[in-house]
Design a protein around this ligand. Sequence first.
Ligand SMILES: Cc1ncc(C[n+]2csc(CCOP(=O)(O)OP(=O)(O)O)c2C)c(N)n1
Ligand code: SF4
Ligand SMILES: [Mg+2]
Length: 302
Amino acid sequence: MDKYERGERMNLKNLPDDEYFTPGHTACPGCAAPIIVRNMMKILGKDTVIYTPANCLLVFGGTYPYIAWKVPYFHEAFENTGSSISGAARALKKQGKKVTVVGIAGDGGTYDIGIQALSGAAERNEDVIYVCYDNEAYMNTGIQRSGSTPYGAETTTTPAGKKILGKLRHKKDMAEIMRAHDIPYVATASISHIADFLKKVEKMKNIEGFRYFHVLSPCPTGWRYDPSKTVEIARKAVDSGMWTLYEAEYGEITNIYKPKKKIPVEEYIRGQGRFRHMTPEMIEELQRWVDRKWERLYGEKP
Ligand SMILES: Cc1ncc(C[n+]2csc(CCOP(=O)(O)OP(=O)(O)O)c2C)c(N)n1
Ligand code: SF4
Ligand SMILES: [Mg+2]
């Protein structure tokens, strides 16, 4: 019986003290992205190499001489995180080195610009981890909408004016697209459910083949909320069903978290400036989207 079967998985008490993404970076106060990366790296450990395309994480954590990474770190082009990590993993394997190769991209670099290389790497079942930290817009370049931006959200390219009130399309379901690739592991996570997050990182570290890890990454600057509310907002995303926590192995959902008390989506969007202009009809439309997603994933009406 291995330690997973005995239920001895990673938790906050046995989280290593090691730091591979260190303080001194320049992320905005309250940004979820460094919380994600710091905790993930404590588990992935020193024998890890990281690839990131252009995004906030690159700018706040990868700018010389203030680089926060304590493991080898590479910046590749926006389009090719999937192919960069594929090549690195194969080269390291050929050299006989046991190293975890990880690509970390934002939603812009995942849902839109990097999706071709990502899909190809997944279809080939490359032995890598791909992480999407999802702040639901192109934040680093000034808050432009992406395929991940939710319906109604205001960005600089989906402004809320007299005729159009924010984004007119719903968020693309990227984790489900990855699940359809029949890969060894897909997991979604949230920093509000940190024990669940840590268990998933530990689990994927020990799996061979393509692993896709998708984490909601609240962004006080782009979502326009008080930076002290990051964890609370992440929790409300899960409790409302805007964000769903699950694991899937070879396309089958093997573990799914159901909020004890489902809250209306209105409660989640309240306090976020990006949704401030939304009319009651728009909020109803967003709720319908959440309910459809819930029904699809849980196989029952909310
Ligand atoms: C091919 C290409 N197009 C556009 C850019 C400009 N660019 C750099 S970062 C960025 C936004 C990244 O958004 P996302 O991936 O969501 O990460 P975030 O900044 O939100 O963390 C853009 C558009 C680029 N570097 N390369
Ligand atoms: S703009 Fe958002 S994602 Fe980027 S560093 Fe600031 S809080 Fe983080
Ligand atoms: Mg983004």
